[in-house]
Design a protein around this ligand. Structure first.
Ligand code: R5P
Length: 297
């Protein structure tokens, strides 16, 4: 992976052709036709598909929101391209289901692996994604039969934080799983203890507490994570740091879901919150479009 001086992330693999859906219309002009049949089935058509016969193609598809139907539509697109022997790199900045890469309770689906296998079987020869939850570092990986190029947005996020709060910024991860995001910045990691699954039909394990073994008194801090979903992790981390006497605490993540009222709560607790636009949201201030340029040319 090369990092352009303008901080655009550039992939070594160059495709002269790209296909994309409405999910990327903020960046690329959609060129795949999608419709819904009256019974709810999805319809996909790639016009002029013979142009992609035996060719390398980059398929840009944000697989979120509505991840179940988004994944299915990607599978249909991959299926059409497989028919003509195209070599498809799927560019999906966020990989849904990446959080269940372990079995905690007997009988649980290993969702991350199932989805990767599905995409590989459907015809993706490679997945390019950002800060994939279970990979926890940059690089090329093979998982569930899928070749994955994982790119971290941490440099872009830290650069944005420094432009807000200055160069003297301590970069902190809210748990050890996200510690890799602070590497290269002499960062620190907090420890997060999760509780049991909540009762009812919501698959969520509450956060019991946060631990920290470093001093933050009077410091400006950036808390960085791969994702902000319910915001519980970030809110608990910010509270811990403020209680420890931190001066200014910014929050950043590669993927921002901001479920329920978490954005309002985080804005209240912290001194600023932002994410990349891997998932469009009101604070998606760091643009990942630069990484797409090379595919468009
Ligand atoms: C967990 O290991 C992840 O890295 C994030 O910390 C977590 O998924 C964030 O979720 P939430 O915002 O719901 O606490």
């Amino acid at each position: 992976m090369l990092v352009h001086p303008k901080c655009f992330i550039i992939y070594p693999h160059v495709s002269a052709m790209y296909l994309t859906t409405n999910s990327f219309s903020d960046t690329l002009k959609p060129n795949i036709e999608t419709k819904i049949f009256p019974d709810g089935d999805s319809y996909v058509r790639i016009k002029n598909i013979s142009a992609y016969r035996e060719k390398p193609v980059a398929l840009f598809h944000r697989l979120y929101p509505n991840q179940d139907s988004a994944i299915l539509s990607a599978v249909l697109m991959l299926g059409a391209l497989k028919e003509v022997g195209a070599k498809v790199t799927l560019v999906a900045p966020y990989l849904p289901y990446s959080r269940q890469d372990k079995i905690f309770l007997e009988g649980e689906a290993l969702s991350a692996q199932v989805i990767c296998r599905l995409l590989a079987d459907a015809g993706a020869s490679k997945l390019v994604t950002l800060d994939c939850h279970f990979l926890k570092k940059d690089g090329e990986f093979e998982y569930g039969g899928l070749n994955i190029q994982n790119i971290s947005a941490n440099r872009l996020l830290v650069e944005r934080a420094r432009s807000i709060a200055g160069q003297e910024l301590l970069v902190v991860s809210p748990d050890e799983g996200a510690a890799y995001l602070t590497s290269g910045f002499s960062g620190k990691a907090m420890k997060k203890a999760r509780g049991d699954y909540e009762t009812g039909d919501k698959a969520y394990r509450t956060i019991k507490h946060m631990e920290r073994d470093f001093d933050v008194e009077g410091k400006n801090l950036l808390v960085i994570d791969d994702m902000i979903a319910t915001g519980s992790t970030m809110i608990k981390a910010v509270k811990n740091l403020k209680d420890g006497g931190a001066k200014k605490v910014l929050c950043a993540a590669t993927h921002g879901f901001f479920l329920k009222d978490s954005l309002v709560a985080l804005r209240k607790e912290s001194d600023g919150v932002f994410t990349t636009n891997s998932i469009p949201n009101p604070v998606a201030e760091v643009n990942i479009a630069g990484l797409l340029e090379i595919y468009k040319s």
